[in-house]
Design a binder for this molecule. Structure first.
Ligand code: 5GP
Ligand code: MN
Length: 334
């Protein structure tokens, strides 16, 4: 066992109060890794809480059931008390403390106990006492599984933990189809199925609960709002707050829309630009030898992975599109 894993194992062994924190707009990997680790630590008789900056989309909420979870933007005082009292904090599925949002960041930064970061994003900050980083990994969920396995704590797994880990591995790999998927991914999936996970149940609960509004928003975006580049294998969609409102937008409704752009024959880079809560949120996806994380970082205060990145601007939607149109050619420089 490496020194880092030994240190984490000792932290688990010799402490009782744990808090798990993940990123803003928590996705399947954030919810899966948080609830999976929650369950494992609970099975080891630890006191555990999950603190999330805000709510996930409604399809992910059932995965929180049975754990002690708190949303900072709904109940900051409770969350602050939990962080004050915890001895060890696990930071899952984010690489820098700003990913928890401006309001929770100061509390996370000033945490007095030991911080352990488990993450698969590039360029992790060194804000943790122990950093378990694997930027080639499919997901934080898979990395949590591997970490528990290497610490020889697999006996703490049960079907509920396995379902959580499956969730994040599924959502972060586009249902096991991205290049990050390896034989080791499938070896771990086998173990999860042996623990009692029934894959169809998780696929169905995440992907087959669309509202008509949500599907019509998607239809509108593809038929009316898709802009294809004349010179590059590039396309993007913009959605204003007014347009989202027309289809009764709820958190998560545009999930996966950027991947639809990338599924167009010949397209190598896709971007979704949406106006949410006054801010502009960007989602970038790419393929083959085109990478979007550095571009997202340079122009849109973002980052992420080579093939999947995000960003945010305080510009107007129109100004953001002007910036995008005048810079996207840089992604295609060899
Ligand atoms: P999504 O498009 O699904 O929101 O994000 C894609 C990837 O980019 C995710 O892995 C996410 O962690 C990362 N990402 C999204 N938004 C941001 C951001 O504002 N800053 C950074 N550094 N990464 C982001
Ligand atoms: Mn992830």
């Amino acid at each position: 066992m490496s020194n880092d894993l030994f240190a984490v194992k000792e932290l688990i062994q010799y402490n009782t109060k744990f808090v798990i924190v993940s990123h803003q707009s928590p996705d399947g990997d954030a919810i899966g890794s948080s609830t999976g680790l929650y369950r494992i630590l609970s099975n080891l008789n630890k006191t555990v809480s999950i603190v999330l900056p805000d709510r996930p989309s409604s399809v992910l909420e059932p995965f929180l059931e049975g754990s002690d979870f708190h949303f900072y933007h709904e109940n900051p005082a409770d969350c602050e008390t939990l962080l004050e009292n915890a001895e060890v904090l696990f930071a899952l599925d984010f690489n820098t403390s700003s990913r928890v949002g401006d309001s929770l960041k100061p509390t996370l930064d000033s945490f007095k106990g030991k911080k352990v970061m488990i993450d698969h994003h590039q360029n992790p900050d060194s804000f943790a006492y122990v950093l378990i980083s694997d930027t080639e990994n499919t997901s934080t969920c898979q990395l949590v599984y591997e970490t528990i396995e290497r610490m020889e704590l697999l006996h703490a797994f049960d079907v509920k933990a396995a379902k959580s880990i499956y969730l994040g591995m599924m959502t972060d790999t586009g249902s096991f189809r991205y290049p990050s998927v390896t034989s080791n991914t499938h070896r771990i999936l086998t173990k999860l199925l042996e623990l009692g996970v029934r894959p169809f149940e998780i696929h169905e609960s995440v992907f087959d609960h669309n509202r008509i509004d949500q599907l019509q928003l998607r239809g509108y975006a593809i038929s009316q709002k898709l802009e294809l580049s004349d010179s590059f294998p590039f396309a993007f969609i913009t959605l204003s707050e007014e347009e989202l409102g027309r289809f009764n937008y709820q958190t998560g409704d545009t999930e996966g829309l950027v991947n639809v752009i990338l599924s167009i024959e010949g397209i190598q880079v896709g971007v979704l630009v949406s106006e949410k809560g006054g801010d502009i949120k960007m989602s970038f996806r790419s393929k083959n030898h085109y990478f979007v994380n550095e571009y997202a970082q340079r122009y849109f205060n973002g980052g992420g992975h080579k093939y999947a990145a995000g960003g945010r601007t305080k510009l107007t939607l129109e100004e953001t599109v002007v910036l995008l149109r005048s810079t996207y050619h840089e992604i295609f420089k060899s």
